[in-house]
Design a binder for this molecule. Structure first.
Ligand code: SF4
Ligand code: F3S
Length: 107
C-alpha cells in the first residue's frame, strides 16, 4: 500500500508535501506531483501539508480517484524527484476551485 496524489493537485502543485517526506519519494511533472508507491513508507506526514487535500492512502480513495493509483505508479518512473518546496503554480488559486481536472494533466 502507498499514498497517492490525486486530481486536486493538478494545476496547483503547491509542493508543501515534499518538504516533510522522509524518503523523498515525490516526483515532479509540469503541473502535478506523484508519489513513487515502491518507496512510500505510508507515514502519512504529507497528507495534512497539502492545502488542496489531494493526498490519500490508497485504500481510502473514492471510486473516481482509483485511476490515480496507476498514474502515480507510471509517472513516478519517468519524472524526476522533487525534495524542496517551490512556489505554487501561478494559476493555483483559480484551479483550486475546479473539480474536474484530469484532462489538464500534462505528462
Ligand atoms: Fe512520503 Fe510519508 Fe507521504 Fe509516503 S506517506 S509520500 S513516505 S510523506
Ligand atoms: Fe500537490 Fe498538494 Fe503537494 S497540491 S504538490 S499534493 S502540497
Amino acid at each position: 500500500m502507498a499514498y497517492v496524489v490525486t486530481e486536486a493537485c493538478i494545476k496547483c502543485k503547491h509542493t508543501d508535501c515534499v518538504e516533510v517526506c522522509p524518503v523523498d519519494c515525490f516526483h515532479e511533472g509540469p503541473n502535478f506531483l506523484v508519489i513513487n508507491p515502491d518507496e512510500c513508507i505510508d507515514c502519512g506526514l504529507c497528507v495534512p501539508e497539502c492545502p488542496e487535500e489531494a493526498i490519500f492512502s490508497e485504500d481510502e480513495l473514492t471510486e473516481n480517484l482509483i485511476p490515480f493509483i496507476e498514474i502515480n505508479e507510471e509517472l513516478s518512473e519517468v519524472w524526476p524527484v522533487i525534495d524542496e518546496i517551490k512556489d505554487s503554480l501561478p494559476a493555483a488559486e483559480k484551479y483550486s476551485k475546479i473539480k474536474d481536472k484530469l484532462h489538464l494533466l500534462e505528462r
